[in-house]
Design a protein around this ligand. Structure first.
Ligand code: ZN
Length: 208
């Protein structure tokens, strides 16, 4: 069913997605973070330090994009994900983005290390690229690759700065040696596109 995840309460849907991504090895430990926009200026995001294979709907905070602060949370003990600033940047840059999903996979790191030329990863001409709504016979598509910084807000600042004057070819970006961030016009679309991106990374990582 189309938009299956979007029919659920946002936190319940994100719990389900986290369990699926965890089972695939993309959210080991407490890695990765998932969010769903809930209004023009707010989104729910996974709280910091929660094992992604064992999330509950209480493990989220609601964040205000414009005010850059928590606006709702199950418990004052919950802290926003360390990478909330990246989600905030994506929602601020792309008003059409309704969900933003970030995972850490082995294949994404291998593919980027082996094939990225500075800050661009030219994608192979695979059928799966159509899943990003790219309809070309031999698609020439590049994924933007951002440098990883220990101080995550610096990554978010780089993203905001880079997309001030240009649009991404895909609704996705890669952080080097770290993981992919994908956004979509629905939660289901973002979920599907994470799967497609990871398919492409797996293909690249297997090239001898
Ligand atoms: Zn991360």
């Amino acid at each position: 069913m189309a938009n299956e995840f979007d029919a659920l309460e946002p936190r319940d849907a994100l719990v389900k997605i986290a369990a699926i991504f965890y089972a695939r090895g993309w959210m080991y430990g407490t890695a990765g973070n998932l969010s769903r926009r809930t209004g023009e200026n707010t989104f729910w995001i996974t709280a910091s330090g929660k094992p992604k294979g064992q999330l509950t709907s209480d493990d989220f905070i609601q964040y205000d994009i414009a005010r850059n602060e928590i606006c709702s949370s199950h418990s004052p003990a919950l802290k926003p994900s360390a990478e909330t600033s990246i989600h905030q940047a994506i929602y601020a840059l792309f008003p059409e983005a309704k969900a933003c999903l970030h995972v850490h996979s082995v294949d994404a790191c291998i593919a980027t290390n082996r094939f990225a030329d500075k800050n661009i990863l030219r994608l192979p001409t695979l059928e799966m690229i159509k899943g990003f709504n790219i309809w070309q016979q031999e698609p020439d598509v590049c994924l933007d690759v951002f440098d990883n910084h220990l101080n995550v807000p610096e990554i978010a600042a780089d993203i905001l700065d880079f997309y001030k004057n240009q649009s991404p070819a895909l609704s996705a970006l890669m952080i080097r040696n770290h993981g992919i961030t994908v956004w979509g016009e629905s939660l289901q679309q973002a979920f599907n596109r994470v799967e497609i991106a990871e398919f492409i990374f797996s293909y690249l990582a297997r090239i001898p």
